[in-house]
Write a protein that binds this ligand. Structure first.
Ligand code: SF4
Length: 359
């Protein structure tokens, strides 16, 4: 190891040298020296919110093939975008993505603003995403701080304050290191370092360009930081989902309200989600149609950000006449469910119902 060099300039240079040799080859990343495409940067950053790079890769390529620029995406129907988004979760992001594309296409001639403040005025772009787009697409000296960067800063500077209280302190630390001559590369280098070297468990300090002068490494327990205040257990809600099968093999769906959780997505008609149990009589009253409902064994479990959900699935087969009277319903052939904008929790309901039918 060379002599201790913990100056800001030294740290920047070592990180950028490391990045030039080890940068990840990502589908949305411009080649060395090439200008970034702001549309691709924005699209990737929205997709990457709460989703991993490995998951996003095929979605990004698919979106770019179908909608190669912001005007094309703005002209797409929301339903097509929601269907293409299926599997990425957090559907409010897809709806905001579409709204944002329309704003940029209609009001800005297809050009994303370069300024962080103006970026934040667009749908679905919060402080982190605005900073990331400003830095990566426009090489602005923005402070791009996500969970990866917080982890690296906590370890590098030995910050013992637990998260989330430490957020401001960690962001201030990160701001001191921004490279004024290559801010976009610096932001991406730090992302790569957090994702590939300074990983949550067992960081690969032997490969780290910042091992020289890293407080956590010197303390001999790099993986211990950052500290976190334990989260309270998310509350449990319960509901009933209705698998309503028509004799011709079509199943009943409906669209959720535009506002709120999973807004505008399709679902199997469901009861309210609440803390209390659903006794069979109450569950039947919540059904979309009177029928010989039977409860399927087991439950469907799903975790949302703020609560856990346990769904009982009730199934019934009805004839076409009974189905005709259901307002707001959409009948879909079971083998065509993949074309519907179904959130993950509803895909679990479908799998549960189909598995029960086979057993
Ligand atoms: Fe992280 Fe280890 Fe590098 Fe410190 S030396 S920044 S703990 S990978």
């Amino acid at each position: 190891m060379s002599g201790r060099n913990t100056s800001r300039a030294g740290r920047r240079r070592r990180l950028l040298d490391w990045y030039d040799r080890h940068r990840r080859d990502l589908p949305w990343r411009a080649g060395t020296g090439a200008a970034a495409d702001s549309y691709g940067v924005w699209l990737s950053e929205i997709m990457l919110q709460q989703t991993t790079v490995a998951t996003v890769g095929p979605y990004f390529s698919d979106f770019m093939r179908r909608w190669p620029d912001v005007h094309a995406l703005a002209a797409a129907s929301l339903d097509d975008v929601l269907v293409a988004w299926q599997g990425l979760g957090y559907y409010a992001r897809a709806r905001n993505l579409h709204r944002c594309a329309r704003m940029v296409s209609r009001d800005r001639g297809g050009n994303f603003p370069e300024d962080e403040g103006a970026l934040r005025a667009l749908a679905g772009i919060g402080p982190y995403t605005a900073a990331a787009i400003a830095a990566i697409a426009f090489d602005a000296p923005a402070n791009v701080v996500d969970g990866n960067v917080e982890r690296v800063m906590a370890r590098l500077f030995g910050v013992e304050t637990p998260l989330p209280k430490a957020k401001a302190e960690l962001a201030a630390r990160a701001a001191t290191l921004i490279a004024p001559d290559r801010p976009g590369d610096y932001a991406q280098a730090l992302m790569d370092l957090g994702a590939t070297v300074c990983t949550p468990k067992a960081p690969a300090c032997g490969r780290c360009p910042w091992q020289n002068g890293c407080v956590a490494l010197e303390a001999g327990d790099a993986g211990r930081l950052p500290r976190r205040t334990p989260r309270p257990l998310r509350p449990l809600r319960k509901g009933v989902a209705f698998w309503t099968l028509r004799e011709d093999g079509h199943v009943l769906l409906r669209r959720r309200a535009e506002k709120g959780l999973l807004g505008g997505m399709m679902e199997f008609p469901s009861s309210e989600w609440r803390a209390a149990d659903w006794p069979p009589a109450a569950a039947r009253r919540a059904a979309p149609v009177a029928a010989a409902w039977r409860e399927l064994p087991g439950v469907v479990e799903h975790g949302f950000t703020h609560f856990r959900l346990e769904l009982t699935v009730m199934a019934a087969t009805i004839d076409g006449g009974a189905g005709a009277g259901i307002k707001g319903g959409v009948w879909c052939a079971i083998d065509r469910l993949g074309t519907q904008a179904l959130p993950t929790v509803m895909k679990k309901v479908a799998r549960h119902a189909l598995a029960s039918a086979k057993s």
